[in-house]
Design a protein around this ligand. Structure first.
Ligand SMILES: [Zn+2]
Length: 149
């Protein structure tokens, strides 16, 4: 399932990516009717009342991303897989790949390099991730949400 977020829901899209869900962004001009194109079945989370009632569109009311996540939790809960937590780039929505430690040495702080065993990188933007790097403050909150879900 693909969870498309409209342009007003950028923060929500990042939370969904931390949870490991496929959450692309609907850019201006994208079609709300088939927001994910041919990539597969999708729903559209939107703040635009005009899209409400369109097939697959789910209206999100809150302006607070954490509250938004609670609003849609019933829709995403069946798709949350513990193995997928923190496996996507929060910027690009691309799946991360394992990186060899020696390859990322110049890219991470020295302390992190010496204290972390494994690293992953985004094939798209080359950002390096490690345990806890998924925006630390978001990390714990998302884990709590995940435990509740
Ligand atoms: Zn990326």
């Amino acid at each position: 399932m693909i969870f498309v977020c409209d342009v007003m829901l950028g923060k929500l899209a990042r939370y969904l990516r931390v949870l490991g869900l496929d959450a692309p962004y609907l850019h201006h001009g994208g079609s709300p009717v088939s927001p994910a194109g041919d990539r597969g079945p999708s729903v559209l989370f939107t703040k635009k009342a005009a899209y409400a009632g369109k097939q697959g569109a789910i209206l999100v009311h809150s302006n607070d991303p954490r509250e938004q996540l609670r609003e849609i939790s019933g829709h995403i809960r069946p798709y949350i897989n513990p193995d997928d937590l923190m496996t996507r780039c929060i910027e690009c929505n691309v799946r991360l790949v394992e990186a060899r430690k020696e390859d990322i040495e110049p890219l991470v702080p020295e302390y992190i390099y010496h204290h972390q065993a494994s690293f992953r990188t985004c094939p798209s933007c080359r950002r390096v991730y490690w345990e806890g790097s998924h925006a630390e403050e978001m990390d714990e909150w998302v884990r709590n949400f995940y435990r509740e879900a």
